[in-house]
Design a protein around this ligand. Structure first.
Ligand SMILES: C[S@@+](CC[C@H](N)C(=O)[O-])C[C@H]1O[C@@H](n2cnc3c(N)ncnc32)[C@H](O)[C@@H]1O
Length: 333
């Protein structure tokens, strides 16, 4: 994919020497998208900007954005994971421009209202899980280490993966594996899960899927349980509903000239972002014979370029970035 011609050339490349063990993905492109806004409307009367990092993680993007914001700008960060709080508190202790709220980004409207903020000038959603979440076996996200089968981004919210897998109907499990993982062996895996219940740990599930779903003659590039883990995580954390709400509330919260930047890591999410941004930026397709014409001047958004993918330098430095896609929309009315 070619670089976005609407964005300025990038100067910095994130490296693993960042002070957190999660290398921020598409960092230069995010900075260019959120901080190169030329519209004077993207600044308030005092000339200061308010940005939102809706997926703080360990602050990879937030730290770099703060370095480039002026003394009168502010950055409001959100993450649903309570583990994000300590990393956020370290920043907040040193930088008064920064505040953190433990919340879901589907609650963005409420969080802003609580702080008396009407509009913001830039929002980042960097979807999925962070490296520290994957690395901690006790969070249950990964098949690489053994831990409780949990997978909740906020362990205080809703049932764990084990709670759900041990009680759900076989057909519901199969549907989730198919819908959110596009797992071709969804029915066989669901049947084996039900037969093996109760499941308690990540490795029990990973080994079960490997037995059922591995294609013995093919060399696998990915662990055979990759799609199953992704699907269960998405379901347990209601990630599709979160993304729907996050995109709507994020766009509604933008000032005129403000931008929403979204990084997704698989096609299901990217399709949703692409479709939503299209609806916000293009007139609906009406049948030709209808005597109604949609006025382009009524669409509230403008696409800022197309799909932005990591360049070669980033792919080499951070293989995790390979499936990332960034899309950006600007509010124009
Ligand atoms: C890919 S990581 C973000 C990494 C971050 N940009 C950085 O560079 O450190 C995604 C983060 O978003 C959080 N998250 C995912 N869905 C969320 C939601 N609906 N609301 C709030 N936070 C969410 C996860 O807990 C995780 O910490």
């Amino acid at each position: 994919m070619s670089p976005n011609p609407n964005l300025p050339p990038t100067q910095t490349v994130a490296s693993s020497s960042d002070p957190v063990n999660h290398v921020p993905v598409l960092l230069n492109e995010v900075i260019a998208a959120l901080l190169s806004m030329e519209s004077p409307a993207a600044f308030d009367q005092q000339g200061s900007r308010t940005l939102v990092d809706g997926t703080f993680g360990r602050g990879g993007h937030s730290r770099h954005l703060l370095q480039r914001l002026s003394a009168s700008d502010r950055l409001l960060a959100i993450d649903r994971d309570p583990d994000a709080t300590s990393a956020a508190n370290l920043i907040a202790a040193k930088d008064q421009r920064f505040t953190f709220t433990q919340a879901r980004f589907s609650e963005l409207g409420k969080v802003l209202a609580q702080r008396g903020i009407e509009h913001v000038d830039g929002i980042l959603l960097d979807l999925g899980v962070s490296s520290p979440q994957l690395d901690r076996a006790d969070r249950g996200f990964s098949f690489n280490g053994d831990g409780p089968l949990d997978m909740r981004m906020n362990p205080a919210e809703g049932p764990s993966a084990a709670d759900w897998l041990n009680t759900a109907q076989e057909s519901d499990i199969a549907n989730v594996l198919w819908r959110f993982g596009e797992e071709r062996q969804s029915r066989r895996i669901a049947r084996e899960i039900v037969a093996a219940r109760p499941l308690a740990t990540t490795l029990e599930l990973a080994d079960l899927v490997a037995r059922v779903a591995a294609a013995p003659k093919r060399v696998l590039r990915k662990h055979p349980a990759t799609k199953t883990f992704q699907a269960i995580r998405m379901y347990i954390n209601a990630e599709t509903e979160e993304l729907d709400q996050g995109l709507r509330q994020g766009f509604d919260a933008l000032s005129i000239g403000g931008r929403l930047a979204v990084i997704s890591f698989h096609s299901l999410e990217d399709r949703k972002v692409k479709r939503t941004f299209k609806e916000l930026s293009q007139p609906p397709q009406l049948p030709r014979r209808l005597p109604v014409r949609h006025n382009l001047a009524e669409t509230p958004g403008r696409l800022v370029g197309g799909a932005i993918k990591p360049g070669l330098a980033e792919l080499n430095a951070n293989p995790r970035s390979r499936s990332a896609t960034l899309r950006v929309i600007e509010r124009v009315r």
